[in-house]
Design a protein around this ligand. Structure first.
Ligand code: BG6
Length: 461
């Protein structure tokens, strides 16, 4: 069987500024929440590795761009670091950062690799966090000004812009689930942050449209498909609630221009409704994106709760469902998540049927494995598990495309093993292995496999 993708299909990989560039200290970069938290709350990070030790993209970008070209990528996503470009979050622009990003963009374009540029990948400048981060409306304005600065400086070199990566995460992980700084646990504040991120997204799109910049603008979202344990009405209800809180809340706002009515009713009922003005709602209603990126790693399986929630505790979407560990599920034990390739097909169908079959692409998909050195043979990581993972996900995607999904490309997470939020270098995701002691980057078997897929516009099985 041959799986062929269109000639202009986007093939590439994604990374983010904080995870690849690293915290550098002599080039005018301001601190962001990760630079701060990985030092101050060092024990929350695997083996205490901070943002100072990443994959050295800042110093080694020319080498990395050559590596991308070696893999025959035609596109590549990274993000601009807000705190590198504007160290205080507002005001003075850092000339060294301007030069650096020009060099990166020129280097990509020169190699025929389209830059997909994201403006925010979880990396709030510390100065902005000190005044409340996205809880404070002044930070929305600062973010929109930063977006305009990026469009003005780099607009003629970028054809695909993205306002946010996984906008749910800074709200959910930073204000409810104690995973990201500022480690606040308060649903209502999380909801306020999420709403303000939606407004920041809309504001940046507005700036882009009004400035008549060339190219397209979109957002990268993580749409975890929800599967109920059974067709029992209690399980179906649990799935509906998980989907409502974690997917439809954001998706409907971004892709349909309004929040789900049912969510408003529940939030009011539990006194968890954030402040939302009619002006906010009309801005959301007017905002449309050109392209959607979808990050997909795992499904969300849920069932009806086995016990009553502790309603004296913190309000949470988990009051309405339990996570379900399906017997027989295939696990990536390094990360503790299920592998379910068909989820990608289901997402594609959802976009096709519920969200107007908008142009989209897989903006992240990948498998993080702990202890990959065990698979090194003759100096190369023989990651057949990653090749299998890729094959299975691409087959699911191919089927959806055959059935009319407007999927324009596939980006893998990531091209060189990189530092990660909390897990630092525990799980490796790259097409290239990074030796943490020497900094040497060596292609893995999956990188060679992926290059062949690109050159052949697909693969046979
Ligand atoms: C995505 C993020 O959700 O998952 C990436 O956009 C992240 O930044 C990736 O690195 C993998 O997750 P983790 O936690 O294993 O690094």
């Amino acid at each position: 069987m041959k799986y062929t993708f269109s000639k202009d299909f986007f093939w590439g990989a994604a990374t983010s500024a904080t995870q690849s560039e690293g915290r550098t200290t002599t080039d005018g970069k301001g601190e962001n929440i990760w630079d701060y938290a990985s030092k101050k709350f060092n024990d929350r990070f695997y083996e205490g590795v901070t943002t100072a030790s990443t994959s050295r993209f800042y110093e080694d970008y020319q080498g990395d761009l050559d590596r991308l070209a070696d893999l025959s990528f035609n596109s590549f996503r990274t993000s601009i670091s807000w705190s590198r470009l504007i160290p205080e979050g507002v005001g003075q622009v850092n000339p060294e950062a301007v030069q650096f990003y020009h060099n990166v963009l020129d280097g990509l374009n020169k190699r025929g690799i389209k830059p997909f540029i994201n403006l925010y990948h979880f990396d709030m400048p510390m100065k902005m966090q000190e005044i409340g981060g996205f809880e404070n409306k002044a930070v929305i304005k600062a973010y929109c000004d930063y977006a305009k600065t990026c469009f003005d400086l780099f607009g003629d070199k970028v054809s695909y812009w993205f306002t946010f990566n996984e906008p749910m995460i800074p709200a959910e992980a930073g204000y409810l689930h104690d995973r990201h700084y500022p480690y606040i646990v308060d649903f209502k504040r999380a909801a306020q942050v999420l709403h303000h991120i939606v407004l920041a997204h809309c504001g940046a799109v507005k700036v882009f449209r009004e400035g008549q910049y060339s190219g397209k603008i979109g957002i990268i979202m993580d749409v975890i498909p929800v599967y109920p344990r059974s067709q029992n009405p209690a399980d179906l209800k649990a799935a509906e609630m998980a989907d409502l809180f974690y997917t439809r809340s954001l998706n409907d706002a971004i892709l349909k221009g309004h929040y789900p009515e049912k969510l408003k009713v529940i939030l009011n009922q539990y006194d968890q409704m954030p402040e939302v003005s009619t002006d906010d709602l009309s801005l959301i209603a007017q905002t449309r994106i050109d392209i959607l990126g979808i990050n997909y790693y795992r499904p969300r399986r849920v069932k009806a709760r086995d016990s009553l929630p502790n309603t004296n505790g913190v309000f949470s979407p988990e009051w309405f469902y339990d996570n379900y560990e399906m017997p027989g599920r295939r696990m990536n034990t390094s990360r503790g998540i299920e592998i379910y390739p068909n989820g990608l097909y289901d997402i594609a169908k959802k976009i096709q049927n519920e969200y107007g079959n908008i142009d989209w692409f897989v903006s992240e998909n990948g498998i993080g494995i702990e202890g990959e050195e065990a698979f090194i043979n003759n100096g190369i990581v023989e990651d057949d598990y990653r090749i299998k993972f890729l094959e299975e996900h691409l087959i699911a995607l191919h089927q959806a495309i055959e059935e009319g999904s407007n999927c324009l490309g596939y980006h893998m997470w990531t091209f060189v093993d990189c530092w990660s939020w909390q897990n630092a270098f525990k799980n490796r995701y790259g097409f290239y292995r990074m030796d943490l002691h020497t900094g040497k980057k060596t292609i893995k078997k999956s990188g060679l496999w992926f290059k062949n897929v690109i050159l052949n516009q697909g693969f046979s099985l």
